[in-house]
Design a protein around this ligand. Structure first.
Ligand code: AHG
Ligand code: MN
Ligand code: MN
Ligand code: MN
Length: 340
């Protein structure tokens, strides 16, 4: 029986093939190791004193998103910052949980990469024991930049050199792309390493399953009203087939299901979030997920533009998101073109 391929072996093979260098390999190994620590903390649940809101003295800790932080939001952020502080592979980091980006301390050498992350995605699910995750994206630090600042992170999604997520579910899985396909690694808790369990994930072109928070329906724009109205009309409607719906409210869990069996995920503009540009964040949610999905043969759009081609204007910029099975995303984009 051939021995299982570990994440380390996969990355060494990508380096040997010239698709990544030693610094990027170290970066991904460090992030994976941090995700193992987060998985352990998440797994302890009520026994680890990590549930509930952060903050003290009865006052919630509010992040730059305007959200009340969970203890695990803060702990996961700290784990990722500490893991990446000293390796010499990074120039700076940015996080959903930090107002501005953070250059690597002068105590350590700086590398050529920028790391962005959503340390804990799906925070509203932590206290009810539903799958959550970590999302990350890697960019190159622009040539000649010795003091990286927020504006150096504002690169379109096509500039990503790696992206991935770790989903803390019944099993802990790391899903990764370095631009050569999307691959899944399952954490073997007995030996403590990620093992390749799905090489070359492919999203079915068509689907009968959509993921959206239906409670926002009355706030949607006309194209989204028309699109979902036709999905709900089923086989007697214009789409000629019945659809199923799933909504976990952890983007990582919904995207993992779509990468595994197909589907379309959408968080469209609605009148509640339109002023902010949408609900989900471009730099550390939509772009890394779009890279993974496209590398698996799917598509990702704002409804009006390919996600990876959006020119960012802010570190915490929000965008409408449609991603998943290519033909279904194209259908949703058509509704936006025809109903705008
Ligand atoms: P986060 O927990 O990192 O702030 O992200 C939550 C996001 C995303 O994971 C999920 O798809 C979406 O919020 C759910 O939004 P609703 O609660 O409005 O359904
Ligand atoms: Mn998130
Ligand atoms: Mn988060
Ligand atoms: Mn959040």
């Amino acid at each position: 029986m051939t021995p299982p391929v570990s994440l380390t072996r996969y990355l060494i093979e990508e380096q040997r093939a010239g698709r990544i260098n030693a610094d990027l390999r170290l970066l991904i190994e460090v992030v994976a190791r941090a995700c193992k620590s987060i998985s352990i903390a998440v797994g302890k649940g009520a026994l680890g004193g990590v549930l509930g809101d952060a903050g003290s003295g009865g006052r919630a800790s509010i992040n730059i998103q305007g959200e009340a932080q969970k203890k695990l939001d803060v702990l996961s952020n700290e784990i990722l910052l500490e893991a990446n502080a000293w390796g010499g592979h990074l120039a700076a980091l940015a996080s959903e949980e930090m107002d501005v980006s953070l250059p690597i301390s002068d105590d350590y050498p700086r590398g050529n990469y920028l790391l962005l992350f959503d340390p804990l995605d799906g925070s509203s699910n932590i206290d009810v024991n539903v799958s959550v995750g970590t999302i990350f994206s890697v960019l190159r630090c622009p040539e000649g930049v010795s003091e990286p600042r927020d504006e150096h992170f504002l690169q379109p999604g096509t500039a990503q050199v790696a992206a991935g997520y770790c989903v803390y579910g019944p099993s802990t899985m790391l899903v990764l792309t370095v631009g050569n396909g999307t691959h899944a690694f399952t954490l073997d808790r007995e030996i403590g390493s990620f093992v390749l369990t799905a090489r070359g994930m492919r999203i079915p072109e068509e689907t009968r399953e959509f993921a959206v928070n239906m409670s926002n329906q009355r706030f949607w724009e006309p194209p989204m009203q028309a699109y979902v109205g036709d999905l709900l009309a089923g086989k007697d409607g214009p789409r000629g087939k019945d659809f199923n719906m799933r909504w976990v409210a952890s983007m990582v869990a919904d995207v993992h299901r779509i990468l595994t069996r197909g589907g379309i995920f959408s968080y469209p503009l609605d009148s509640k979030c339109a002023a902010k540009g949408g609900k989900l964040r471009l730099m550390y949610e939509a772009n890394p997920m779009a890279f993974l999905v496209e590398q698996a043969g799917g598509a990702a759009s704002t409804g009006r533009q390919r996600m990876l081609e959006v020119q960012p204007t802010g570190l915490h910029q929000r965008v409408p998101v449609f991603l998943g099975s290519r033909q279904e995303v194209e259908a949703a984009v058509r509704y936006h073109r025809e109903h705008d």
